[in-house]
Design a protein around this ligand. Structure first.
Ligand code: DX5
Ligand code: ZN
Length: 213
């Protein structure tokens, strides 16, 4: 299992220190939550803040867009060269076109599904995707309760992925901890995002290690 701590729960007064600490603690990716105050009822950070994050990080960035105007935000964050750039299916009229655009910028395209969105809705996008991000909370805030139906969704998605594009990875985001990691692993999940579980722990290393099963 790969682990991507979400910096939403980090101490933003000491961001550089926090990024270095999770990288030293052995995370695989650094998850950055970008919210526009329209698609979700919260507002986070733009490239001015993500740039020093990218500089401090020794691990690739995994940028999760929770925005309405995806095209604009892809243009804004592409110069930071994240490994993954994901956008929500629910806010995009032309997902296939946007996936191709992200790929043309030499970034791995990923698509995110809200808890209620059916995995069947992306069956015909899978062959063009490097990753699918399944939300296990309603996007907008850290520290929410894990929605267990994501386990069934991950299993269904894994079947579709095996059929359409076995190289596509599954990531789960929201309420992840040592309590649900085994179930997620068994369902075929490759990467977990963990915010409050990692940053709320006494030892980032112990928390990250407990998810690397
Ligand atoms: C929620 C964000 C998550 C969030 C996860 O909208 O996408 O990445 O920070 O936080 P936890 O792990 O605390 O649920
Ligand atoms: Zn996220």
């Amino acid at each position: 299992m790969l682990v991507a701590p979400s910096i939403l729960s980090a101490d933003f007064g000491n961001l550089e220190k926090e990024i270095k600490a999770i990288c030293e603690a052995g995370c695989d990716l650094v998850h950055v939550d970008v919210m526009d105050g329209h698609f979700v009822p919260n507002l986070t950070i733009g490239p001015v803040v993500v740039q020093p994050v990218a500089k401090a990080s020794t691990k690739p960035l995994d940028i999760h867009l929770m925005v309405e105007n995806n095209n604009f935000f892809v243009d804004l964050f592409a110069p930071l060269k994240p490994k993954y750039l994901s956008f929500h299916l629910e806010s995009e009229k032309h997902p296939h076109r946007l996936i191709q655009k992200i790929r043309s910028l030499e970034i791995s395209p990923a698509i995110t599904l809200n808890p209620h969105t059916r995995v069947e809705d992306i069956e015909y996008l899978l062959e063009d995707l490097d990753m699918v991000l399944l939300m296990s909370v309603n996007p907008g805030f850290g520290g929410q309760k894990f929605i267990p139906s994501v386990i069934e969704k991950a299993k269904k998605l894994k079947e579709l992925i095996n059929k359409r594009n076995p190289k596509c990875l599954i990531e789960v985001d929201g309420g992840v901890s040592d309590k649900n990691i085994k179930e997620l692993k068994d369902a075929g999940v490759d990467i977990v995002v963990a915010g409050s579980y990692v940053f709320g722990s006494d030892s980032y290393k112990k928390a990250i290690d407990s998810l690397k099963i």
